[in-house]
Write a protein that binds this ligand. Sequence first.
Ligand SMILES: [Zn+2]
Length: 138
Amino acid sequence: MEQRIIHSCGHEQAHYLTGFDSQQERKAKWLKTTTCRDCFVSGKRAEEVAAAALSSAAVSHLALPPLTGTARQISWASTIRTKRLALLTNSNSDTDHNACLRVTDAKWWIDCRDLTDVDMMVAANKASNMQSVPTLVP
Ligand SMILES: [Zn+2]
């Protein structure tokens, strides 16, 4: 049955509770200790914004080359790049992630977003070697 729960944030929200009475009661009790859906979502968004700001600050000393790709790829890839580089600069020496800094292909960042730090650095070394080939040939 549907129950209106007043959440810890003070907002009321309807919930459809199922199960035995005792289960519904427990669920209702627990729901009262949580925030409503809207507050949960906006809280999550605020966390993401704060995390993104922290990452940007962590890589602000790096001279990041502009990414190449479609506008959509670039926007997504720059978020990934900022986040990954922020983590890399915290835990690795500069030479390790230098290769990552040189990769400007937005698609590469999107493709590599789930790799571990080590795998990503290996992939970046390969990618930047490939990218530097044309400059070696006069
Ligand atoms: Zn709320």
